[in-house]
Write a protein that binds this ligand. Structure first.
Ligand SMILES: Nc1ncnc2c1ncn2[C@@H]1O[C@H](COP(=O)(O)OP(=O)(O)OP(=O)(O)O)[C@@H](O)[C@H]1O
Ligand SMILES: CC(=O)C(=O)O
Ligand SMILES: [K+]
Ligand SMILES: [Mg+2]
Length: 499
């Protein structure tokens, strides 16, 4: 038991968020869904799953951390009971058990899928759950509350009827500057040299050609001729060439696809112009209504976009506590702005977890600094014992293609190697052509790197920072640390003693 953190969910109506293993030290008695012992299952050498190297007699640990700790036979992590007589016994799993107990996967890296038009149907959600989705994310930037309510209802039904344990994460829109809808069109192509008009005016439908509505009234006053306008962190770029009243004329310098409600940033003399953004509230009035909706729907996580300080997290946590006294909705701080990097430690301390939201982060700091920012955020979360999600563009090419690039696989591997607790799909699952394949790539890469990590790590000394704040907690902590070390070394025993 290291600092590994789990999005552990049960098969109850509302899956539970279980905080880091060692945070149980602070709970007395332990939560009812935490049950040891663990069941050790030997995977037959002939197992065909890609999750484990089938050339070695690998062992797969199926923990009983949920209620019963069993995997649906349809789950990719399900290990069929061994048939040879030398096998170690495992519990027989009946369908009733599955419905009763749900499952906890053996994979430590949890997988979050953003749900959009490509994945909102019941069968599509089921396919993702079978493929290893642990958390369904709904992004309040897109779609109506009614649309999101239907998604939540389907995920809950999936959990109840099929024995899955998928949690729901609601992600707020935040009040950064962004484009409006594209008059119903899924995207618009901006070509090199074209002149586009960005305006605070609402355009009639159909939208006039090469016009974009901007959500922020002060837009035309704030930009200056000569500024560079970045859509979605630089996926498309424009130079501001003229201002005419509420309209800002821009020439496209880097062509690309404009997506509805894409984020806009503007740069002057090589620096991000962010005075105005600093004045906008982190949680807008629309966000508060969405948060009320999330509380009423009993979502498991609320992820707050563009967090600037710890105060907003504390405020939201007390708001949630006041609104629903027995609620265990966890608040995730999205790290995607310069301000959030400046106040990183206090923000993470105040939150129940963090997300490295690389999409917008890459629009606020130079791209080459994003990997080191990710490393710093993940390490800090590890140190502070908070779960951390690495998000955005992990498998971006799979929005259009059925296989990832080698560079994308390397990026996913690196996030798992850093010990991110969860990886997130955005456009790949929300509106891509291959959501299930993208999820399968995340799953197989996670399991492969975890296995490699365990093999490497078993030779290293275990360093667990002290987190107990009282004498009695530190006794529990020492006992748990010793148990973790014993567990670690039992894995290092040679076969056949190894179980
Ligand atoms: N509920 C939805 N309805 C329609 N399209 C959606 C929905 N959710 C996501 N999408 C599409 O998938 C894309 C990627 O989703 P994602 O959640 O990453 O949003 P985003 O606009 O990049 O913002 P954020 O910074 O909040 O992640 C979106 O740009 C949008 O085109
Ligand atoms: C996930 C998200 O909000 C981002 O990457 O910007
Ligand atoms: K969002
Ligand atoms: Mg973002």
């Amino acid at each position: 038991m290291s600092q590994s953190l789990h999005f552990v969910v049960s098969s109850s109506r509302s899956p539970n968020l279980t905080l880091p293993n060692r945070s149980y030290l602070k709970l007395s008695p332990p939560p009812s869904n935490l049950r040891f012992p663990v069941t050790f299952v030997r995977r037959p050498i002939s197992a065909s799953s890609s999750d484990v190297d089938s050339n070695s007699p690998s062992k797969v640990l199926v923990s009983d951390n949920g209620k019963g700790g069993v995997l649906p036979a349809t789950s990719p992590e399900y290990v069929p009971p061994p048939s040879d007589s030398s096998s170690i016994d495992v519990d027989a799993v009946t369908e009733a058990d599955l419905k009763e107990n749900g499952f906890r996967s053996t994979r430590r890296t949890k997988l979050v899928c953003t749900i959009g038009p490509a994945t909102c149907g019941f069968e599509q959600l089921e396919a993702l759950a079978v493929g290893g989705m642990n958390v369904a994310r709904i992004n309040m930037c897109h779609g109506s509350r009614e649309w999101h309510r239907r998604v939540i209802e389907r995920v809950r039904r999936l959990n109840e009827e099929k024995g899955f344990a998928v949690a729901i994460m609601m992600d707020t829109e935040g009040s950064e500057i962004h484009m409006g809808e594209l008059g119903g069109a899924p995207s618009a192509k901006a070509e090199d040299g074209e002149i586009w008009t960005f305006s605070v005016r609402a355009f009639d439908s159909p939208r006039p050609e090469r016009t974009i509505n901007v959500n922020y009234d002060g837009f035309a006053e704030d930009v200056k001729v000569g500024d560079e306008l970045l859509v979605d962190g630089g996926m498309v770029r424009f130079d501001v060439i003229e201002k005419i009243g509420p309209d800002v004329k821009c020439r496209c310098t880097d062509p690309g696809l404009l997506l509805p409600r894409a984020n806009l940033t503007f740069w002057r003399d090589g620096s991000l112009v962010r005075e105005r953004n600093a004045m906008l509230p982190t949680i807008s009035s629309k966000d508060w209504l969405d948060i009320d909706f999330g509380i009423a729907e009993g979502v498991d996580f609320i992820a707050i976009s563009f967090v600037k300080s710890a105060e907003v997290i504390k405020h939201l946590k007390s708001y949630i506590a006041a609104r629903s006294r027995d609620s265990d909705i966890a608040v995730i701080a999205k790290i995607e702005s310069i301000d959030s990097l400046k106040n990183l430690e206090e923000i993470i301390q105040a939150s129940d977890g963090a997300m490295v939201a690389r999409g917008d982060l890459g629009a606020q700091i130079p791209l080459e600094q994003v990997p080191s920012a990710q490393q710093r955020i993940v390490q800090l979360c590890r140190h502070l014992n908070k779960p951390v999600i690495v998000a955005s563009q992990l498998l971006e090419s799979m929005i259009e293609y059925p296989t990832p690039t080698r560079a994308e696989v390397a990026d996913v591997s690196e996030a798992v190697r850093q010990r991110a607790d969860a990886l997130m799909l955005s456009g790949e699952s929300a509106m891509g052509l291959f959501p299930e394949k993208a999820l399968a790539v995340l799953r197989s890469v996670s399991v492969r790197i975890e296995k490699w990590w365990r093999e490497e790590k078993r030779h290293e000394a275990m360093e667990l920072p002290d987190i107990a704040s009282s004498f009695s907690d530190s006794i529990s902590e020492q006992i748990c640390n010793s148990a973790a070390k014993m567990g670690k070394y039992s894995f290092a025993l040679p076969f056949p003693l190894q179980i």
